[in-house]
Design a protein around this ligand. Structure first.
Ligand SMILES: CCCCCCCCCCCCCC(=O)SCCNC(=O)CCNC(=O)[C@H](O)C(C)(C)COP(=O)(O)OP(=O)(O)OC[C@H]1O[C@@H](n2cnc3c(N)ncnc32)[C@H](O)[C@@H]1OP(=O)(O)O
Length: 239
């Protein structure tokens, strides 16, 4: 999604900032690894292999993990990310580099955002259907994006879920979110999940309140964030 935001941008104090081509190469490689690890997660929760095979694979995976050197610190914003309002490569919802993410692909709509994804067996709640927490996660993230695209990136302070029908696994889903009102730093947002095949049947819906922290509070929460008007401009490129 292309959604440049007017204010904050990430500082890169802990790693050298690569040039644009370097960032592109890094993102491509992160997404490639994320894709393969998601396939591994899927195979892991689907397999019916015997214990010997499982133990052999476990040992192989341990060896692979050891090749992933370097450790990002807790609050460090990755050099490949634009926060808030841009690429989040390791987001558990939208991050193409995250094995946890479906990943949800978010695009801007007139007055809100739309996300698409399919859930897999790793996201299962009732057999064959998505976990309710995963639906809440898809909605929460999409509603956060709706705030960001409205120019008020904020954090969830309240999320009211309504589960109307089970969300089928392995079906293309459509997640819609839009801002319904604002009051000072508070943003009121609504969202829904349907399948792409039947967009008129709402499976899950949510109403939420998001709060845009004041700049001082935001800097305290996110030390990697540059003050509004920072010189590197905040070129959000999407996720
Ligand atoms: C640069 C900005 C970056 C933004 C981050 C983008 C993240 C993107 C990632 C997206 C990830 C996806 C999303 C996620 O996962 S976000 C992760 C989950 N959410 C959190 O962790 C948020 C935890 N909460 C906080 O840290 C603080 O509350 C924040 C910082 C948000 C505001 O603390 P602050 O001290 O600044 O504000 P305030 O306490 O004066 O309250 C302000 C107003 O809000 C009203 N209020 C409070 N609670 C509620 C409530 N439950 N229902 C209704 N209203 C409520 C309150 O009455 C007041 O109203 P008023 O009296 O003024 O009328």
């Amino acid at each position: 999604m292309n959604s440049p935001l007017p204010h904050h941008s990430a500082t890169r104090t802990t790693a050298e900032q690569p040039d644009e081509e370097g960032v592109h190469r890094q993102r491509t490689a992160i997404a490639a690894l994320g894709h393969e690890v998601r396939a591994l997660v899927d195979a892991t929760v689907r397999t019916t292999a015997a214990p010997d095979a499982l133990l052999r694979v476990a040992e192989g995976v341990r060896g692979l993990a050891a090749q992933l050197t370097g450790r990002r610190a807790r609050a460090e914003i990755p050099v490949v990310d634009e926060f808030p309002g841009g690429a989040r490569m390791y987001s558990p919802v939208t991050g193409t580099g995250s094995p946890l993410a479906p990943p949800l692909k978010v695009t801007r709509l007139d007055g809100g955002v739309a996300g698409t994804c399919a859930l897999g067996l790793a996201h299962e709640g009732p057999p064959g259907y998505g976990h309710g927490g995963i639906s809440a996660m898809l909605l929460d993230e999409s509603m956060g994006w709706a705030c960001a695209t409205a120019g008020m990136p904020g954090m969830t302070v309240s999320l009211q879920m309504r589960y109307q029908r089970p969300v089928p696994l392995e079906a293309r889903l459509r997640v819609l979110a839009h801002v319904t009102g604002t009051e000072g730093r508070k943003v009121y947002v609504a969202g829904s999940i349907t399948t792409e095949e039947d967009p008129s049947t709402v499976l899950a819906a949510a109403e939420g309140v998001f709060v845009s922290p004041d700049p001082e509070h935001a800097r305290a929460l996110f030390p990697g964030l540059r003050a509004p008007g920072g010189s590197d401009g905040g070129t959000a490129v999407g996720r």
